[in-house]
Design a protein around this ligand. Structure first.
Ligand SMILES: Cc1cc2nc3c(=O)[nH]c(=O)nc-3n(C[C@H](O)[C@H](O)[C@H](O)COP(=O)(O)OP(=O)(O)OC[C@H]3O[C@@H](n4cnc5c(N)ncnc54)[C@H](O)[C@@H]3O)c2cc1C
Length: 563
């Protein structure tokens, strides 16, 4: 191999390094709250700290996608004067409605008293989480944090004794064949006394760390969902600022799957809506994207969308296993925070305030460690156990498992009793031990699903949707979607499950071309990596865990304006 075709590990010796006190990977609610809290503590104690946040998106918020109904509890703690500082929380929840969809046209509204308490939203706000992160980034910078957008952390660095030493950012300017292009730049090493990994759901470094350090030993398998979201500008006459609508049942229930839908009115005639599909679904013919397109034709959704304009689209996985699936969050010299670990409260379908709180707790432990000279971060486990975050997750520990085990009706009844009557203290340990990537049944045992064609007004195809996510990747770069067993795509996935990656991916990244004729010819399998919106669903749902998502060149991916 010519010298300039050397694999990236050989380029490690060319990397420059930077020494800092703390590195935070990911500028989401968890990472940015951690950064702000660290600097606040440094100011309070008059200490100098160097804190760097790495973000793989082209700017802070570019990869953030959420509902979002936001519970301000953690924000109140972090910045009690958030109103005066201009935090973008403008629309307070005014009305909560919850529907059980019984079919494409039918819906039953649940009386308010029947809605599980965690799903009531009085005192919460409808926001764009992307905008909140941009605001948090400004606060962090004012406190002295350095934020580097467009720089993914692509490798964990270790001391010889196994402690975490820092992270390296990804290389730029390598071609798809591994060769260096004229634009080649080696990554950079950030050596830190402590690292907080806050990459969000299915962080690729977090996944490696959980496996390497056995952090999930004795825990339930983690569970996930894929959330597909659109942002619409609707007719002013139909806009009801502060309205929160949640739905369960159709369309997913029709195909034996579960999840829920949402529709929130906020801002200037904006409606944020989406479908969350639990990734334990069994029918490989199911397509979360097409389910979402169908959903919008339901009268409860359609009434607002007719005459409106779709202005944004995106998708992101959700970590939802809760306390029973939560891995140990402490590592030698490092911590996991937010959805990288799995702090989302599934009973509320909210993970932003919990991510923020976990980041703040992580910062407090890191600060104590730095103040005492380098030592262990074990204090984190205790402060986590003593926090409202732990109490909240404990209360809802059976919520997801009840729905998975007993279905929407019985599971919903269990959750109603547990949450509204017993305050989450029913003494049962419901378990859900089948991993999402093991859930598919063979395609021949499941009914094929004939999705209606999009009408181009309410429903759309994948290409025009991905276009709205402003996704962009340098095309000539090494594959960031890696197959452990390349032959499995055809030999297993196509043969047994009718190629489910073409359907579970909401961005048209995976394609089986040809192979539909009667001649028995196999299709060609294609990966259109440049379409990837970084939702991580393939890394989670591909049968046997064959696909690994690693970070592409910095700045690549979606460019969400305010998702
Ligand atoms: C459709 C949908 C609806 C939701 N609705 C709600 C809601 O209504 N209310 C609510 O509270 N929560 C909601 N959530 C959940 C909420 O969005 C998450 O729980 C929350 O965003 C988690 O915050 P985080 O900081 O842990 O991760 P993220 O918000 O995912 O942020 C992680 C950041 O790290 C960056 N990153 C990842 N890997 C790297 C790397 N290696 N190097 C550098 N940067 C990296 C990412 O680009 C991203 O900017 C919803 C989620 C979805 C998908």
């Amino acid at each position: 191999m010519p010298a300039d075709h050397a694999p990236s590990t050989d380029a490690a010796s060319e990397r420059e390094s930077m020494e800092v006190d703390a590195v935070i990977v990911g500028a989401g609610p968890a990472g940015l709250s951690a950064a702000c809290r660290l600097m606040q503590l440094a100011r309070e104690k008059s200490r100098e700290l160097s804190v760097v946040v790495l973000e793989k998106g082209s700017e802070v918020g570019a990869h953030i996608l959420s509902g979002a109904v936001f519970e301000p509890r953690a924000l109140e703690e972090l910045f009690p004067d958030w109103r005066a500082r201009g935090a973008p929380l403008q629309t307070e929840v005014a009305r909560d409605r919850m529907f059980f969809f019984r079919g494409a046209e039918k819906a039953m509204e649940m009386p308010h008293w029947m809605v599980p308490k965690p799903m009531r939203n009085r005192g919460n706000y409808i926001i764009s989480l992307g905008l909140l992160c941009r605001w948090l980034a400004t606060q962090a910078e004012e406190l002295g944090v350095e934020i580097f957008p467009g720089f993914p952390a692509s490798e964990v660095l270790y001391h010889p004794d196994g402690r975490i030493r820092g992270v390296a950012t990804g290389e730029m300017g390598r071609g798809a064949d591994g060769a260096r292009k004229a634009s080649f730049e080696p990554g950079m090493e950030l050596h830190a006394r402590a690292v907080i990994f806050a990459e969000g759901c299915r962080g690729h470094l977090g996944k490696q760390l959980i496996a390497k350090f056995g952090l999930d030993e004795g825990r339930e398998p983690q569970h996930y969902a894929i959330g597909i979201k659109e942002l619409w500008r609707v007719d002013a006459a139909k806009h009801e600022p502060g309205l929160v609508v949640h739905g369960a049942g159709w369309p997913l229930a029709e195909n034996g799957a579960s999840g829920g839908s949402f529709l929130y009115h906020y801002g200037e005639n904006l409606v944020s809506l989406g479908l969350i599909t639990d990734l334990n679904y069994r029918n490989p013919h199911l397509s979360p994207f097409d389910e979402m397109q169908r959903l919008k034709h339901h009268p409860v959704f359609r009434q607002y969308l007719e005459g409106g304009e779709r202005i944004a689209y995106g998708a992101r996985a959700i970590t939802k296993g809760g306390l029973r699936a939560l891995p140990k969050m402490t590592l030698p010299n490092a911590l996991l925070a937010g959805c990288d670990a799995g702090t989302l409260n599934f009973s509320k379908i909210k993970g932003s305030h919990t991510a923020m709180k976990s980041g703040m707790l992580a910062a407090e432990s890191v600060f104590a460690m730095l103040a005492n000279g380098d030592g262990a971060l074990d204090g984190f486990e205790k402060s986590f156990r003593d926090s409202w975050l732990h109490a909240e997750l404990r209360k809802s520990r059976n919520f997801g498992a009840a729905l998975h085990k007993f279905g929407v009706w019985l599971g919903g009844a269990y959750n109603y009793l547990d949450q509204n009557w017993f305050g989450g203290r029913l003494p049962f340990a419901l378990r859900d031990s089948r991993a999402d990537h093991d859930a598919f049944l063979p395609a021949e045992k499941c009914a094929p699903i004939d999705y209606p064609k999009p009408d181009g007004k309410i429903s759309f195809d994948k290409n025009s949707s991905v276009f709205l996510s402003a996704t962009n990747h340098e095309e000539d770069q090494p594959a960031h979607l890696q197959l452990a067993r390349p032959d499995d795509a055809l030999a297993v996935n196509w043969a047994r499950y009718a190629g489910p990656e073409a359907r579970f991916c909401p961005a048209g990244v995976y394609e089986f071309v040809g192979g539909e004729g009667d001649d028995g010819a196999q299709p060609a399998f294609r990966i259109n990596a440049q379409n990837c919106v970084h939702c991580k669903t393939c890394d989670i749902k591909d049968p046997g865990g064959n696909i690994t998502w690693v970070s592409p060149e910095g700045g690549g991916g979606p460019n969400y304006a305010e998702m």
